[in-house]
Design a protein around this ligand. Structure first.
Ligand code: ZN
Length: 199
């Protein structure tokens, strides 16, 4: 039985490890790259190496950055009093694209899921609580989505902060249940943000 050259097979394997890429798509991508001009492959390899070497987590919000502190956290015009908590770094994008949020962010790194062993300490919840106290945050927007795990994570954080003066809010309804924040359109985002409610 014919099998592809090992280097090509390896490329297929690496692609198929990526999210939402099945074996068929992985093969198509790999064959596309090796059939095209070599420069395209070189550019991709260079972009991967550059991302590997340069992208780090911002030490303040844990979003992605090329410096220790990201551009958002560094910006003196952003309010330090409103902190928007998101599940993943990519969830910052829809807020920034809509331009609605004038405060800062905090990337939690996931949502609570006891069955999968994801506990408060696994996430950055202790760091978040410490930051709220240290920086005198006035409003915490829990933008964690609407899956059951996300809802219970928001409730957990709300409970931990029960005696704190920080106001806890969440985005208004309008985001389809279980949908990823990154796929939300600007208009829905603006509405959900402006009509945010207390927890
Ligand atoms: Zn940052």
């Amino acid at each position: 039985m014919y099998s592809s050259p090992p280097a090509l097979e390896k490329l297929v394997q690496e692609f198929s490890k990526l999210p939402s890429i099945g074996r068929k798509t992985a093969r198509r991508l790999a064959f596309y790259l090796v059939s095209g001009d070599k420069k395209k492959m070189g550019d991709l390899a260079e972009a991967l190496t550059e991302a590997q070497n340069r992208i780090v987590h911002c030490s303040c919000c844990y979003g992605f950055s090329e410096s220790e502190i990201c551009q958002i956290c560094e910006n003196p015009r952003r309010s330090r009093e409103i902190l928007c908590v998101v599940e993943r770094a990519s969830d910052i994008l829809p807020f920034e694209n809509s331009g609605i949020h004038k405060g800062l962010y905090f990337v939690l790194g996931g949502v609570l899921s006891p069955l999968d062993g994801i506990k408060p300490e696994t996430l950055r919840i202790p760091i978040l609580i410490e930051r709220i106290e240290r920086e005198g945050v006035k409003e915490l927007i829990l933008a964690l989505g609407s899956s059951p795990e996300a809802e219970s994570t928001a409730l957990y954080i709300d409970r931990v902060l029960a005696n704190s003066p920080v106001r806890r809010t969440k985005l208004a309804r309008g985001i389809p249940v279980g949908s990823d924040l990154e796929f939300i359109d600007d208009v829905t985002m603006l509405r959900a943000f402006e009509e945010r409610v207390g927890i």
